[in-house]
Design a binder for this molecule. Structure first.
Ligand code: G
Ligand code: G
Ligand code: MN
Ligand code: NA
Length: 254
């Protein structure tokens, strides 16, 4: 209840912020993307991570206006960086299931693109398996309409949720984000290594890109390179950064 009231205030009073984590091409080392991750600068409690307030945001339905704010802010920031002369990269935004069922996601996305002027091809929506598994007409139609505007779609935490692979055919996604639970133990656990190899292989055959989440050290990185994983994200490259630090990171890594 406390969080709920506070969260509404946070949204209205500009206490929410986005941090950005770089996504790296494993072949060139270039920054090819940024994942926007929400933070709450709480007036008394300091910087709060999503785990402390996202569940409340979902329960209360506040996730819908909050998600609209995230889309607006991420697109605005992306254009600010383009205009400042940073190299082009894709801005990835997490989408929650309720934004599909309760809100008008297509309209929110189109408004964020129009207000900012960001080219659609530079916006990526990270969907979860739980969204796609619903497989209702409405979800399918929304995903197809979003895709028709030219933006990128990825599946977040791939492999953790549901093992139904049939949606990979039905939904026209571009990229699989291999969940970090498979990545972190890959070196010591042959089963995890096998799963990661299989996901990368399958993705290649389906013409999908792969990004490994949770790349924490050099060993993981070389293993992923050997498997021809396309991209990586994780603490080895950088933790999520406030906007100004992210811009410096990109400038220092090009
Ligand atoms: O760094 P991290 O604690 O930021 O993120 C934890 C989880 O919160 C991740 O699973 C991520 O998908 C989710 N998350 C972060 N930002 C957002 C957001 O803007 N919208 C939604 N729906 N989820 C987010
Ligand atoms: O949306 P998603 O579930 O992928 O959210 C990304 C989450 O993973 C964020 O909470 C982010 O802080 C966290 N994260 C990013 N890189 C790493 C990493 O290398 N190791 C671990 N343990 N967590 C990471
Ligand atoms: Mn994500
Ligand atoms: Na994830």
């Amino acid at each position: 209840q406390h969080i709920r009231v506070g969260l509404r205030r946070a949204l209205e009073h500009g206490e929410l912020a986005l941090h950005y984590q770089p996504q790296i091409s494993l072949s060139s080392g270039a920054v090819i993307g940024a994942e926007a991750l929400i933070r709450w600068n709480h007036p008394e409690l300091g910087l709060l991570l999503p785990a402390t307030f996202l569940p409340t945001a979902e329960e209360s339905g506040l996730i819908v206006p909050m998600g609209d704010w995230v889309l607006q802010e991420a697109c605005r920031q992306a254009v600010e960086w383009l205009e400042a002369g940073l190299p082009e990269f894709v801005m990835a935004v997490n989408i929650s299931a309720m934004q599909f069922t309760r809100g008008d996601l297509e309209q929110s996305v189109l408004r964020a693109l129009a207000d900012s002027g960001l080219p659609p091809a530079l916006l990526e929506l990270e969907l979860t398996e739980s969204i796609l598994i619903q497989d209702t007409e409405k979800v399918l139609e929304t995903v197809q309409r979003l895709k028709s505007h030219g933006l990128m779609l990825s599946i977040d935490d791939f492999g953790t949720g549901y093992s139904s692979l049939s949606y990979l055919k039905r939904f026209n996604v571009d990229k699989l984000k291999i969940d970090r639970s498979f990545i972190c133990d890959m070196i010591n656990n042959p089963n995890d290594a096998t799963i990661v190899r299989a996901i990368i292989q399958m993705a290649r055959n389906l013409n999908l890109k792969t990004i490994a989440e949770g790349v924490e050290d050099e060993h993981l990185l070389s293993f992923l390179r050997l498997q021809y994983c396309d991209e990586g994200q994780g603490y080895y490259f950088s933790r999520p950064l406030p906007a100004d630090e992210f811009a410096r990171y990109v400038a220092n890594n090009t």
